[in-house]
Design a protein around this ligand. Sequence first.
Ligand code: MG
Length: 401
Amino acid sequence: MATATTIEDVQVILTQPGGSRLAVVKVLTSEPGLHGLGCATFTQRIHAVAAAVEHHLKPFLIGRDVSRIEEIWQMSMVHGYWRNGPVLNNAISGVDQALWDIKGKQASMPVYDLLGGKCREGANLYVHADGPTPEDVTNRVQEFLDEGYRYIRIQQGLYGGKANSVPRPEGSPEGAYFDPKAYRRDTLAMMEHVRSAVGPDVELLHDVHERLAPADAVLFAQDVEQFRLFFLEDLLAPEDLAWFERVRSQSSTPLAMGELFNHPLEWRTLIERRLVDFIRMHVSQMGGITPARKAADMAHGHGIRTAWHGPGDTSPVGHAANLHLDLWSPAFGVQEWYRPSELEYEMFPGLPEVRNGYLYANAQPGLGIDLDEKLARLHPVQDVVEKWTQARLPDGSPARP
Ligand code: MG
């Protein structure tokens, strides 16, 4: 019997090539030169994830057979008794994606082949058009169309409503204030401008970023129907999922949900009851490729598509993992894309490339991506107290960002 290849070491590499702090897990094996990489990026709590990997997962994983991805995932999730949550799920994802990377290298196959092979050669991407005025957003959309993108998220003032004309109570603290009413008004005017400028064929998307009270969200989904969005994203917060029934019964706007989800019950219920059209979990946040492929299969059985979260605070390794899922899954809808910098392409050799609005994988075994650790060390993480997440409503109340 052949000797099992085992886990020899688990390392966490923290780096910041751009605006986001990134965490990548490297699993080293008993086979010389064989290692895997996985994304464990929870950028706002990056050191907590690193500690979870180094102090809790690593001692548990050393010496285990690398081939047992499923068993390791299941036991990692229950071994701490209390399970789920962004810190633990990201830590487990780092290991999980690295083990898929290793299995691909052992099999001399890309991960999409391990999953069942490609359903498509490239993944349709959507990119973010943002600007202070409807004209600026429209110009940005046109630039993306000229570059070959066909799916474009449109936002005015990022998540909107920043021009807060409502007086604050005296003594209100500083914060990232937004006005839901101004957001709704400005966004509808912007959508009207963009849609009339670009015509009916461009796929437009919009992210509410859970900034509306549920009753206003129901109205907003009706208001945007006329603009025929590809989808409306995060209309409600995870805490308000029960309101999707009412949105669904009163509007035909396609809905996408899920980047903040941690627990399977959060997506399972939405899928089973067909309350959304796209699931878009953050793959490292849900625990890696192992749970994501199950959610994709479950979605497919219910006529729901995937649109995995793909911002700049997913590491390039995580983007590669997203792409392998996209190329394989019959349920794939669209992939969010953040347009990496030249430095990120240099730091992560094999980072997927875009041509004509499609994202392509190389045919390398595993996830097909590596990390230049020397270069990563030249760009250490900068610790700051995040400001944009200190969201407040016009009266100063803390709000969901
Ligand atoms: Mg979003």
